[in-house]
Write a protein that binds this ligand. Structure first.
Ligand SMILES: Nc1ncnc2c1ncn2[C@@H]1O[C@H](COP(=O)(O)OP(=O)(O)O)[C@@H](O)[C@H]1O
Ligand SMILES: [Mg+2]
Length: 300
């Protein structure tokens, strides 16, 4: 497991990471969420010994990364998929990793297959790879040594929707087999479907952490998204209860739990074709908590 305690990193007079503490448990995917510049990459770089901390520690299975013998067998790391020697082929990158970790060459083929890089693609130089292909190669490299812990910085960047779904499945099953996953993202939607736990960071500080449910409990009012055969009738019925539904796409967005919308529909004999939780709460929470790190002004 991963343990970060009182981690601080100062650059000159600027505090990039400010007294950050959290843990990532085995069998769980932990999402590390925050806007650009929040301090995610710096935190992860400290974890794997690339940036010395100003204060505090980050340990993996109780040890500093630099104290791990053959670290690739313990921790799979993907920080910057583009940071590859462009003249090497994907296969060469993995082969070098396998040699460094003392793994058989067959492991390289297994990994290439797992990340769906074809034999022809694996023989191309990485400078000609798309960002999505580099991410796949990076994930293959991280998993090469069959580690128990994965640290991935924005691994979904550059992946197409099918690629993002593929990665979600891969990380979920890795965690289901007992692995510990920490993955960062600046996009809530990328993480919320997969993360068991979420850590929200803004301006170098942890602003909230917990599972979806406990985060939502602290979030703003619950929202529902609903579509009825007769949206006007539903609007009237909800308005009669003091609610103010707003048009959203083909349906309506209402500031109340889904059960309230369902009840109103039943009471008024209105047929619903779609009813789901709007999740506005979590997104609102994310934007509010990290507002002072956002580049775009957040309208309160
Ligand atoms: N080597 C460095 N020197 C000076 N400032 C840095 C350095 N690395 C990161 N920073 C600053 O620290 C802050 C956090 O950066 P980073 O950890 O990359 O954020 P994130 O990954 O969440 O986008 C940013 O303001 C960034 O400019
Ligand atoms: Mg970053």
């Amino acid at each position: 497991m991963i343990k970060v305690e009182g981690l601080t990193r100062v650059y000159g007079s600027y505090t990039a990471v400010d007294d950050v503490s959290f843990e990532c448990q085995p069998g769980k995917v932990t999402g590390f969420l925050g806007p650009n510049g929040a301090g995610k990459t710096t935190t992860m770089r400290v974890m794997v010994g690339l940036t010395p901390p100003t204060k505090g520690t980050a340990t993996i299975d109780g040890r500093l990364y630099s104290h791990l013998p053959n670290p690739g067998r313990h921790v799979g790391v993907l920080l910057d998929a583009s940071a590859q020697h462009g003249g090497r082929t994907g296969r060469e990158v993995l082969m070098l990793g396998a040699m460094t970790m003392g793994l058989p060459a067959t492991r390289v083929d297994e990994m290439l297959e797992m990340v769906s890089l074809t034999p022809a693609e694996s023989r191309r130089r990485t400078k000609n790879y798309s960002l999505g292909m580099k991410q796949r190669l990076g994930i293959a490299h991280a998993l090469l040594g069959d580690p128990q812990v994965l640290i991935l910085d924005e691994p979904a960047n550059g992946l197409d929707p099918a690629g993002i779904r593929w990665m979600r499945g891969l990380l979920k099953s890795y965690a289901d087999r007992g692995g510990t996953v920490l993955l960062s993202s600046h996009l809530l939607h990328e993480v919320e479907l997969i993360a068991d736990e979420m850590i929200l960071i803004g301006n170098g500080r942890i602003v909230a952490q917990g599972d979806r449910r406990s985060l939502l409990a602290n979030a703003g009012p619950e929202q529902s998204l609903v579509t009825a055969l007769d949206n006007d009738a539903l609007t009237k019925a909800l308005a009669a209860k003091g609610l103010h539904p707003q048009v959203a796409g083909e349906g309506l967005r209402v500031d109340c739990p889904t059960v309230e919308v369902g009840r109103t529909a039943v009471e008024n004999g209105i047929v619903l074709t779609d009813l789901r939780s709007g999740d506005g709460g979590l997104e609102e929470l994310f934007l509010q908590l990290t507002a002072d790190t956002q580049r775009e002004g957040v309208v309160a």
